[in-house]
Design a protein. Sequence first.
Lengths: 199, 199
Amino acid sequence: MPKVGMEPIRRRQLIQATMEAIDEAGLADATVIRIARRAGVSAGIISHYFGGKDGLLEATMRQILHDLGEAVATRRAALGRAEPRAHLEAIIDGNFDRSQVSGPVAKTWLAFWASSMHKPTLQRLQSVNDRRLYSNLCHQFRRCLPRDEARRAAQGLAAMIDGLWLRGALAPEGLDVAQARRLAYDYLDQQLAREPALA
Amino acid sequence: MPKVGMEPIRRRQLIQATMEAIDEAGLADATVIRIARRAGVSAGIISHYFGGKDGLLEATMRQILHDLGEAVATRRAALGRAEPRAHLEAIIDGNFDRSQVSGPVAKTWLAFWASSMHKPTLQRLQSVNDRRLYSNLCHQFRRCLPRDEARRAAQGLAAMIDGLWLRGALAPEGLDVAQARRLAYDYLDQQLAREPALA
DNA sequence: TTTTATTGATTGAACGTTCAATAAAAATAT
DNA sequence: ATATTTTTATTGAACGTTCAATCAATAAAA
């Protein structure tokens, strides 16, 4: 059924199938045959479009990071120069979106997280994303807290977000998004309450 | 050099070598040959003492969980009926001990964490440990907070601990234990400040 | 007819496991 | 003490399996 312009279609299908395969069997057992079968194509097509299995895995991680960045950016775009609290809440909401989207994404994310410790390519992607989260948080906290307190608050909130999400990815029943948001908001409130005001 | 009573020695050597191999190359590339070479023995000995590679991996995770439990228990044993805050601080300190011990342990822990999503045996071990942490935290918070608030504080602190440790395991420079403790203590203080007192 | 997309059998490398062979220590007999 | 036997610990080559990658063959669309 070869039609012209299949590349973007196949790429999307294979990336989606990769997440499903990792969700189903784990990264170690997500073989090219398993992924290809899920996408309804043959194994050889992976090398054709991604240069090999590693290329597909990297593309999949890029997709997840892209979606995450977009989930945050979309929510913040509507805010303009709103209060810091609104921006910080948007960052929290955006970060818990990735779990809301699906269980496969969460498990794939954690699998890549572990894998990135020993694969320089993935590590770079992960590091860039991490720094972006910290930088965004820090910048907003700076609008109402002194420098050192802002840094501390940003690190604490980043850890809280990652921790909640990590525990959610591992729990058989998945992440309780409403509760996770409540705990993150709670932490946020306490950090913002440190300084009475700063007109 | 076969001497009698080698079993406990070899088991310890191989478990240690497993952590080092995972630290060095990741779980995926921690082959039996690599592990055996690190321990200074041949590959076959792994099947002899652990029944196979899976048995060795399970034993390694058990060792890590055991050490963690002991690190917490040791610190709490000296406290007796001390204030809840002292017990909670001991739990925090004990949990950050596992990173203090070495980088290999942290990376192995994260590798198992990801792997446990698809290996029932590891999942059970991980789940038991998780519930113990939550249960311990919840019990201490109950001594000075109402039920719902205690649960929330326990879940928040557990997420904070895991998040700090997770980010530490991934950071190239490792976990800054002093700073992690500061952030966890900080969260603890805020939770305990919710209720003025409860004589 | 030419181009584009896809297949799937094949290849070679790497893995975990097995097991007959070996060697050192311990036990026993001399 | 010394020699012999038994036990225990260990090796490493061989085996079967599994995987990712390759590429000649194929088929549909342009």
